[in-house]
Write a protein that binds this ligand. Structure first.
Ligand SMILES: [Fe+2]
Ligand SMILES: [Fe+2]
Length: 173
């Protein structure tokens, strides 16, 4: 008998929200693995320090996400995110190909900013959805992380403009 199943629950905003949390939870865990390698590969003390500081922040961001899962009464689980896997893979390629070159920092800043922009997109959406869902505590947690991602992006721009791009340019063969 062909009938439309009306008993299936409608997938609504809360599903999208939970799904998005799982995506960024996976992504943050991958970022925690990648940042020490980027810090090690960076040439300038300034960029190394920026990556190390963001590693500490990222560990805190993972704890915030776990608090948001707790608010939803849902286990904290990640969902494979091919987008972040690809962005991190590109960063690894920069590390391999520019290691020891005067361009390494400019390349690593660019790779890291791709990560930050991905995160800013995701957290911006999740913050809007949490607000729409009336989850104000979750919104506060997500907003705190969004602020850190934006500050990191700006710090990376300052490092690029403050010397990393110049070093890559003036040493170009
Ligand atoms: Fe993050
Ligand atoms: Fe980040």
């Amino acid at each position: 008998m062909n009938t439309i199943d009306n008993s299936a629950p409608a997938k609504g905003l809360q599903d999208l929200f939970t799904n998005g949390l799982r995506d960024i939870y996976y992504a943050e865990n991958k970022i925690v693995e990648a940042l020490p390698k980027m810090a090690e590969g960076a040439e300038s003390a300034e960029l190394k320090q920026a990556f190390q500081q963001h590693l500490a922040e990222t560990e805190e961001q993972i704890l915030r996400l776990e608090q948001v899962f707790e608010i939803l009464d849902t286990p904290a689980t990640g969902k494979s995110c091919p987008a972040i896997d690809g962005i991190i893979q590109e960063g690894s390629e920069i590390l391999e190909q520019y290691q020891g070159s005067p361009s390494i920092d400019a390349g690593l800043v660019a790779a890291a900013q791709a990560v930050e922009h991905y995160e800013i997109a995701r957290y911006g959406t999740l913050l809007a959805w949490a607000t729409q869902l009336g989850l104000s505590d979750a919104a506060d947690l997500l907003g705190a992380t969004l602020d850190e991602e934006e500050a990191t992006d700006e710090a990376l721009s300052a490092i690029a403009e403050g010397g990393a791009n110049e070093r890559a340019f003036s040493n170009a063969a």
